[in-house]
Design a protein. Structure first.
Length: 147
């Protein structure tokens, strides 16, 4: 039997995602997991794609843009609170934050995040502000496995 779980959004990030955003890991079940993603003001993420998972993001605060490319389909959308979007398996994506507050989103990964090598870098639409180390990738895997 699956136990009920409850968790408050952590005050500090648990890890840095492969795309450079701060991640606060929330809860998960067998079919998926969720997390809070935040990208600092004026920053541009590293472009990545996922090997096996798909995601749905719902933007909570800030404003910015999200670039997505899958095969011949490619678009840039403006994002701000209330925007929800999908990231199908294999989609190349990148996002950037404008304005005076960080860009924050609630994301659901299906199935749950499998580990450090799930996300891989791809050519992006914009120049990224940061790149992250393998240490953060390993830390993300360990945190998600333990949540």
């Amino acid at each position: 039997m699956t136990e009920f779980m409850t968790k408050r959004l952590p005050a500090a990030p648990d890890v840095t995602a492969p795309d450079g955003s701060d991640v606060r890991i929330l809860l998960g079940l067998q079919g998926g997991g969720c997390a809070h993603f935040e990208l600092a003001c004026g920053k541009t993420s590293t472009a990545v794609a996922h090997r096996t998972i798909e995601e749905i993001w719902f933007f909570l605060k800030g404003r910015g843009e999200m670039w997505r490319k899958l095969g011949e389909q490619e678009e840039i959308v403006s994002v701000d609170p209330g925007i929800c979007l999908t990231i199908p398996v294999g989609t190349h994506f990148q996002f950037r934050s404008f304005g005076e507050e960080p860009l924050a989103a609630f994301g659901v990964s299906m199935p749950p995040w499998p580990g450090a090598d799930e996300a891989y870098p791809v050519a992006g639409y914009w120049e990224a502000s940061e790149s992250k180390s393998d240490k953060d990738h390993d830390k993300l895997q360990t945190k998600r496995e333990n949540s």
